[in-house]
Design a protein around this ligand. Structure first.
Ligand code: 9MR
Length: 549
């Protein structure tokens, strides 16, 4: 089988489910016959591809190869003639548990403050950094009681991404998604062992990991008035050094409506999701609710305080200029947790089909929570037809997928495009929970296949998994630790054309969006990692792992 022209055949390099549909893609101008061979070269299946179709996003033609008929677990290869062979094709009863676990362990590796020890971190053990027990109030956040330079202690929390800062707006959606996957798949998490320091205590490991972030998040409220700081940050992004080598001052910056509503929403949701664990976490759910109420009141009094980046701060902006999605999300959570009718008008006024969730568009999170409610909705909410509209939105994602040569629902590549694919997968799994219709489950598998190699770049985008996997993520510890393999379990942001020259003149990127990606540390716009990207990945992979257990 020489030479190896693996790029012609695009597969999920991690593994296919033995009892589910299995597809690969072939880059070809005309239909081809593809052979599935076993590890000693014996033909087990001969497959005729579909007619190739052109995709304007990738600038190439691909044909679909469906090898679902092979249900026997094992290691195989897809071949064309005697010169083209794929990466190994793994067929497994449930390929997801290990990678699902890694997608959550990635958050452990991104903890601030604590050291990552070798028992839990293996070769990626490192000293702790950024204790955040000494944080200054920036002048943009100063009040009479907390004037500029006041010292606060706000420890714990995850680093946002490849940088070392902590941002409320982005942390809120990430934490929500992690609590949501726990809420939706409790049995899966009852037995999952993440090998983190808290493993073995009475809580599910995913909750322990999420609490590590929540314990920081909860502190971002100004106790005087209930408003919430936009971020906890250094003035400028640090160099590519290890966490413990950083010694730049840290600040809390400007209170704003988006951060405050995001906080109200997450705190109210936490009060609900944590309630069953009140024996292990005494008082926590109650205090989340008290804080949610104070934040809500601040936001009602200050409904349009937009975040403005102060002149001396250059780290991530996460500046969100629309508040109606946050008002909707927060009102949904507040109503669900308190049952107080005062929130209903905020829900009805701001309801719409908010679409795929992102840090700047969080409305659908409220819808996901509403749909999970076990109590019947009051008439005013029933009339919104939330569930019907939701399923219609997911159906349109499925229609996109059917029409797309690459068999995904993505039609437009934004910064963090891979997280949109992962979020599609999450939305589809939730549609599957609501309907039990396998078409949603199978479409979510296609999203996982894409992320794990069946895409226009040929890369598996999850560190540590896949034959041709990303190695040079824009992640300070991975770049500075002297270890060849990047920290595992992280989802690379993925192709897009937003910043074509992030690596300077020396690196030329493809101008087709689906191929505009480089596996270089410098490519912050295509190869960074982030908690809001890993969270839907964790949802998708753990949901699939739960499905095939
Ligand atoms: O995910 C964010 C993306 O939507 C924005 O277009 C981009 C530029 O503002 O910023 C991304 O978020 C980055 C954040 O600002 C700082 N930490 C790293 C994040 C991922 O790149």
């Amino acid at each position: 089988l020489q030479p190896l022209k693996t790029e012609y055949i695009l597969i999920n390099q991690h593994g296919y489910v033995s009892q589910a549909p299995k597809t690969a893609l072939v880059r070809t101008e005309a239909p081809v016959t593809v052979t599935l061979v076993d590890s000693i070269g014996k033909t087990v299946l001969s497959i005729q591809s579909t007619d190739p179709a052109y995709w304007s996003q990738s600038g190439d033609k691909v044909a679909v190869v469906d090898f679902s008929a092979q249900t026997q677990p094992g290691r195989y290869y897809l071949t064309i003639g005697d010169s083209v062979v794929s990466h190994p094709v793994n067929i497994i009863d449930n390929p997801y548990p290990t990678i699902a676990q890694a997608s959550i362990r990635a958050f452990y590796y991104n903890r601030t403050f604590v050291a990552i020890d070798s028992t839990h971190g293996g070769q990626w053990a490192r000293p702790g950094g950024h204790p955040d027990t000494l944080v200054y109030v920036h002048e943009s956040a100063a009040t009479r009681i907390r004037p500029t330079g006041t010292i606060l202690s706000m420890p714990y929390g995850w680093y946002d991404a490849g940088d070392y800062n902590k941002y409320v707006v982005n942390s809120g959606i990430s934490t929500y998604t992690m609590l949501k996957v726990l809420e939706d798949y409790p049995e899966h998490f009852a037995s999952q062992n993440l090998n983190i320091p808290e493993s073995g205590n009475a809580l599910p490991d995913v909750l322990d990991e999420t609490l590590f972030n929540l314990r920081w998040f909860i502190q971002m409220q100004d106790p005087e008035d209930g408003g919430v700081y936009h971020k906890l940050t250094e003035k400028n992004f640090s160099g590519f050094i290890m966490p413990h080598e950083c010694n730049a001052d840290r600040f809390v910056v400007m209170k704003g409506t988006a951060a405050t509503l995001n906080y109200a929403a997450l705190m109210a949701m936490s009060a609900r999701v944590l309630a069953p664990f009140k024996d292990q976490l005494p008082g926590l759910a109650d205090s989340c609710l008290t804080r949610a109420q104070a934040a809500w009141q601040w936001a009602v009094k200050n409904p349009a305080v937009l975040y403005e980046q102060p002149k001396d701060i250059t780290t991530g902006g996460y500046g969100d200029n629309r508040m109606d999605d946050e008002f909707y999300w927060a009102a949904c959570e507040m109503w669900l947790t308190t049952g107080n009718e005062q929130f209903i008008p905020y829900i009805t006024k701001n309801y719409k089909n908010w679409g795929v969730p992102t840090w700047g568009n969080s409305g659908t999170l409220g819808t996901l929570s509403l749909m999970k409610s076990s109590n019947p909705l009051p008439e005013a909410l029933e009339q919104l037809n939330v569930k019907g509209n939701y399923l219609q939105m997911v159906d349109s994602l499925l229609a996109n997928e059917q029409n797309a040569p690459y068999r995904i629902s993505l039609t437009h590549f934004e910064w963090g495009s891979n997280s949109d694919v992962a979020n599609h997968g999450m939305l589809k799994l939730i549609a599957y929970q609501l309907t039990n219709d396998a078409k949603y489950l199978h479409s979510a598998i296609n999203d996982a296949d894409y992320l794990l190699g069946r895409n226009a770049t040929g890369f598996s985008f999850v560190t540590g998994f896949g034959s041709k996997r990303v190695m040079n993520i824009h992640h300070r510890p991975s770049a500075a630790d002297g270890i060849e393999e990047p920290v595992p379990g992280f989802l690379s942001g993925g192709p897009n054309t937003v910043v074509l020259n992030d690596c300077g003149e020396g690196v030329v990127r493809d101008t087709f969006p689906a191929k505009s990606f480089v596996d270089e540390t410098c490519s912050y716009s295509t190869n960074e990692i982030a908690i809001n990207w890993n969270a839907p990945l964790a949802y998708l992979l753990n949901g699939l792992a739960a499905q095939y257990r």
